[in-house]
Design a protein around this ligand. Structure first.
Ligand code: SF4
Length: 398
């Protein structure tokens, strides 16, 4: 039986179709935010090595690129902006998270497999988590703990998160963490598991923690058994906002049916420009659900087009070629000299970091014309070293 990995347990609790259907086709999705997360995780894992053997961020990024090519997966989209954001978070991790691990005998990126039928788990130290599907036994759920250590009767599992998505479950009911706690407790033969979600931000770490005791671990096991039973029962796909995170949505029958419904019912969609023609809550719900699925299908098609255009040097369109474009952008990061400059010129706009649009707003509020003043102000900020340049990848006409 195909089973969800720990990070997919929340999604699987909403819909189990991807785990029993044969016609699934996965879409590989990446984003700057997920690439930042991968770099920070790799950097944190390096700290389990002795200092002389730790790789630098640049070396890690190179290794990740090489590995992606070797595995024949989509190479990482590592723009300058992504790497510079990740670098800042790595430095924040050094300052705020590393001290809490000092002196502990901790394992990084620990792959574990747990079988709820036998209530037993196995750990695979040193195995690359990406190879988990090769080593974990059939019938076992698998997951990777970013940090694992034990003391007395408790095993501790930490997961680093870069950025906090909206509506994330509280730690006590966080499915990925509850699973990792159970797998670690069984693998280490300890009765309790402390689970910690540690959000890494530029200002420090915000952590949430909870301890799972014997009864809690028993409940987690039952939840996994119930999930297995739902997969066995071959429950129909269940649509909802969770579809946004589903890696097989392009092949899901609900996507096909939403597209068919939309094309068969164009007269009903004609009302979207005129709210008075929406006949009631049921009609509004139907429109919204169908529209969301069609929008997601469009996102998938766009991802495929970007990949195709990269391989074929763009896609011809009536007024040129659509494809990858690298655009130079600048961020304002105030140095002390930059701060002095802004205090003199725009005291109302002072914060430790500012955006170009906030500077434009401040100029307007000060009765000055941004189109005239901004180029000069930016030139002065550049002279003070308060501007970081980077390259952003976009897909558009070129
Ligand atoms: S797209 Fe939604 S309904 Fe379809 S398989 Fe994924 S989660 Fe289930």
């Amino acid at each position: 039986m195909k089973l969800p990995s720990a990070s997919k347990l929340d999604l699987a609790s909403h819909c189990v179709w991807p785990y029993w259907a044969h016609e699934t086709k996965s879409v590989y999705e990446t984003s700057p935010a997920s690439e930042v997360g991968k770099i920070v995780h790799a950097y944190a894992a390096e700290h389990a090595r002795i200092p002389a053997q730790r790789r630098t961020i640049a070396q890690l990024v190179d290794a990740m690129r090489t590995d992606a090519i070797k595995r024949n997966t989509t190479p990482l989209e590592l723009s300058d902006t992504t790497v510079s954001t990740a670098t800042e978070l790595c430095h924040a991790w050094d300052a705020h998270a590393a001290p809490s691990l000092a002196g502990k005998l901790w394992q990084p990126e620990s792959l574990m497999a747990y079988d709820p039928v036998t209530d037993s788990a196995e750990a695979f130290p040193g195995v690359d988590p990406q190879d988990g599907y090769k080593v974990c036994p059939t019938g076992a759920f698998r997951g990777t703990a970013d940090v694992l250590y034990a003391s007395h009767d408790t095993v501790t599992v930490v997961d680093w998160k870069c950025g906090r998505p909206e509506n994330v479950a509280p730690i006590a009911s966080h499915k990925q963490m509850r699973f990792l706690g159970l797998a670690a407790a069984r693998a280490w033969g300890l009765p309790n598991a402390r689970i910690i979600l540690a959000y890494v931000g530029l200002d420090g770490i915000t952590a949430e923690q909870h301890t799972l005791g014997t009864d809690d671990l028993h409940d987690v096991r039952n939840e996994l058994l119930e999930l297995q039973a739902r997969i066995d029962r071959r429950e129909a796909p269940t649509i909802g906002d969770h579809c946004r995170w589903c890696h097989v949505r392009a092949s899901c029958p609900t996507t096909r049916s939403a597209l068919q419904t939309m094309s068969a019912a164009t007269s009903q969609f004609a009302v979207v420009a005129d709210a008075r023609q929406i006949t009631g809550p049921d009609h509004a719900t139907w429109l919204l659900n169908t529209l969301k699925r069609v929008r997601l299908a469009a996102v998938d098609v766009e991802s495929a087009l970007k990949a195709w255009s990269d391989e074929h040097d763009g896609i011809p369109i009536s007024d040129g070629v659509w494809g990858r474009k690298e655009v130079a952008i600048e961020h304002v990061r105030l140095t002390p000299d930059g701060l002095t400059l802004l205090e003199a010129r725009l005291p109302a706009s002072i914060t430790t970091t500012v955006t170009k649009s906030s500077l434009e707003q401040a100029l307007r509020a000060d009765g000055r014309l941004p189109t005239v003043e901004m180029p000069h102000l930016m030139a002065q900020l550049r002279d003070t070293g308060s501007v970081m340049a980077s390259v952003q990848v976009r897909y558009e006409r070129r």
